[in-house]
Structure formats: structure tokens, C-alpha cells
Ligand binder design. Structure first.
Ligand code: ATP
Length: 321
């Protein structure tokens, strides 16, 4: 193997730059030529490819986003699009491709390998932490830290005014950000897609809290359940006297300097991706499980189901009584 490529695909996540840096620097350290592919699979199809040097990844470990940009590509979902992508890889003599993204991006990689024999390695990068094979995805820890920073600030003003606040966090169809940020931020109520929603239970808990003299109520809501506005309306119908506000954190959760944990995981995963390609391994997804960097066959990884940490959810309920 002489030349490898790296791209970021799907939603961006803090720490992707640290992973790119690790792929480029470990690749060059091992005598490889590393090419950066701009704008995910679409950039690959459009031949937006640049040679990476040691300095092209200088001063990026601390930056959120991705210097390679990211995109979603409808064209890559077609057989013709993938054939074009494979041709471009051949033209640049790229023998191994590292894909940093979510499970959609991995499905794309799986097809590219199966149809055109491209050596692919996937690195999980998404703030949602919704990739089953790994305990943590790059970006999740930073997004949770951003969310608790916002929760802390909202809690200050909620306490001063003796208000209830709904904080809607991201996570797509998963409740990991809500659960982790909710527990770490001391939320009274956490609403996530993995647990059946019961509006009466929510209102009872708020009423109970008022009776026991709580000065604020922090309700962390995962976007996969409903919007903050919808929940606010449902609560106000039942508790019209409650002073209630809602905040949608939105895209601030996708940006910012990556946390230590995200930088370390990303660096390890990027390095492992290069090692795997040098070992002539292909169609592998890198994960972190039980604090170990591991890798699985892409078919196995994509077929895994993530067990939601209900114990953590139960703990959050106990700690917020
Ligand atoms: P995130 O979880 O952050 O959204 P993701 O990788 O799951 O990341 P997607 O939009 O699902 O994001 O996928 C990114 C790109 O990967 C798509 O735009 C498409 O080009 C490619 N892709 C996704 N699913 C497939 C598929 N089933 N077949 C081929 N390509 C796919």
C-alpha cells in the first residue's frame, strides 16, 4: 500500500479534525502518501482531492468541524455514482480509504468495497453516539459538555426566577446526549425516545417538585421525542400557572473545541485506521469498547444493536427525586 485517502461524511462532529490529523500524520510517518478528499462522497465523485502534508493538518487538533468539509451525496447512493467514485480513486492510485462519519457513511463504504473492491476503514464520528458497535463516537463527549454548559447557565436563571425550563438537545432518534447531559447537569426530568413518554408522569413530577420546594425544574428533552415547543404546550395545558420556558440548543452542540476525550479517541482511531490498511485489512469499522480500541468487520458492525443504558436512566430518576 502506497497511497491512502481520507474523507469526512454525514453530519460534522468535534474531533473529526483530530482524526484526520492522526490519519495524515501516521500515514506519512509510515511512508504513505495521504490524500484528503473534500466534501465526503460527493467531493470524491467530483474529484476534489488534495495531497496532505504534515503541515496541512497543523493547528487543527483544537478546532471543531472538519477541515475536509462534509456533505451528503444522493449521487453516491446510486450504482453509477459509486462506480464514478471508484474510478476517481483508481485515477489517484488511492488503495485504501478512511471514512469518518456515521452509519450511513459506513453503508456507503460497504457498497464501495463490495462492488469495486475498494479497501475501506470506517471511523465513527457523530455527536449522536448512535452507532451500535462502539461505546462512544467522536464528538459525543464534546456535545454533552456543550449541553451541560448550557444547562448550568439556564439553571442559574431558572433558580432566580423559580421557573421550569425545557432544554431540547440533539441526538436524532437516540437519547444519549439527553441522558448524559441530563444526568451530568442534574436535570429533574429526562425525556428520551428509548423510554415511553407519559405527559401525566412529567406533570406529576413537576407538581411534586413544587410542593417539596424546588426552585427550578430542568427538563432535558431529546429532539427525537418532540420539539421543546410541543412539550411546552402540552405541559402548559395541564399546568397553566407554571412559569415555563423552553430553549432549543440546536447547532451549537455540533461545534466548538473538541474535549480531551474526543481528541484522544479520535487520535487513537485515526492511527488504528492506518495500521489496519498497512496490515492489508479492509471493510473494518473501528470502535471503542470497554476502553479498548477494537475493530469489526463492517457487516458485523452494521448488524449490531446497541443496548441502551437503562441503568443510567434509572439512576438519573433516583438522583432527581
Ligand atoms: P450522521 O449520523 O452524522 O448523519 P451518517 O454517515 O449516518 O452521519 P448519512 O447522511 O446517513 O450520514 O450518510 C452520509 C452519506 O453516505 C450520504 O449522503 C450518502 O452519500 C452515503 N450513504 C448513506 N447511506 C447510504 C447507502 N445506503 N448506500 C450508499 N451510500 C450511502
Amino acid at each position: 500500500m502506497k497511497t491512502i485517502g481520507v474523507l469526512t461524511s454525514g453530519g460534522d462532529a468535534p474531533g473529526m479534525n483530530a482524526a484526520i490529523r492522526a490519519v495524515v500524520r501516521c500515514g506519512i510517518y509510515n511512508g504513505l502518501t495521504v490524500k484528503g478528499i473534500m466534501r465526503g462522497y460527493q467531493g470524491l465523485i467530483d474529484d476534489e482531492i488534495e495531497d496532505m502534508t504534515l503541515s496541512s493538518v497543523g493547528d487543527i487538533i483544537q478546532r471543531g468541524g472538519t477541515i475536509l468539509r462534509t456533505a451528503r451525496s444522493a449521487e453516491f447512493k446510486t450504482k453509477e455514482g459509486r462506480a464514478k467514485a471508484a474510478e476517481i480513486l483508481k485515477k489517484h492510485e488511492i488503495e485504501g480509504l478512511v471514512i469518518i462519519g456515521g452509519d450511513g457513511s459506513f453503508r456507503g463504504a460497504q457498497l464501495l468495497s463490495n462492488e469495486h473492491g475498494v479497501n475501506t476503514i470506517g471511523i465513527p464520528g457523530t455527536i449522536d453516539n448512535d452507532i451500535p458497535c462502539t461505546d462512544y463516537t467522536i464528538g459525543f463527549d464534546t456535545a454533552c459538555n456543550t449541553a451541560i454548559d448550557a444547562i448550568n447557565k439556564i439553571r442559574d436563571t431558572a433558580t432566580s426566577h423559580e421557573r421550569a425550563n425545557i432544554i431540547e438537545v440533539m441526538g436524532r432518534n437516540a437519547g444519549y446526549i439527553a441522558l448524559y447531559a441530563g444526568l451530568a447537569g442534574g436535570a429533574e426530568i429526562i425525556i428520551i425516545p428509548e423510554v415511553k413518554f407519559d405527559i401525566d408522569e412529567v406533570c406529576e413530577k413537576i407538581s411534586y417538585g413544587i410542593k417539596r420546594g424546588k426552585l427550578h425544574h430542568i427538563i432535558v428533552l431529546a429532539e427525537g421525542v418532540m420539539s421543546g415547543l410541543e412539550l411546552s404546550k402540552m405541559i402548559q395545558e395541564r399546568l397553566p400557572k407554571l412559569d415555563l420556558r423552553h430553549t432549543t440548543l440546536g447547532h451549537i452542540q455540533r461545534g466548538g473545541a473538541p474535549s480531551v476525550m474526543d481528541r484522544i479517541i479520535a487520535s487513537q482511531m485515526g492511527a488504528r485506521a492506518v495500521e489496519l490498511l498497512l496490515e492489508n485489512k479492509s471493510q473494518r469499522i473501528i470502535s471503542i469498547r470497554n476502553n479498548q480500541i477494537v475493530d469489526d468487520d463492517i457487516d458485523t458492525a452494521l448488524a449490531m444493536r446497541k443496548e441502551f443504558n437503562f441503568k443510567l436512566y434509572e439512576l438519573s430518576k433516583i438522583l432527581s427525586i
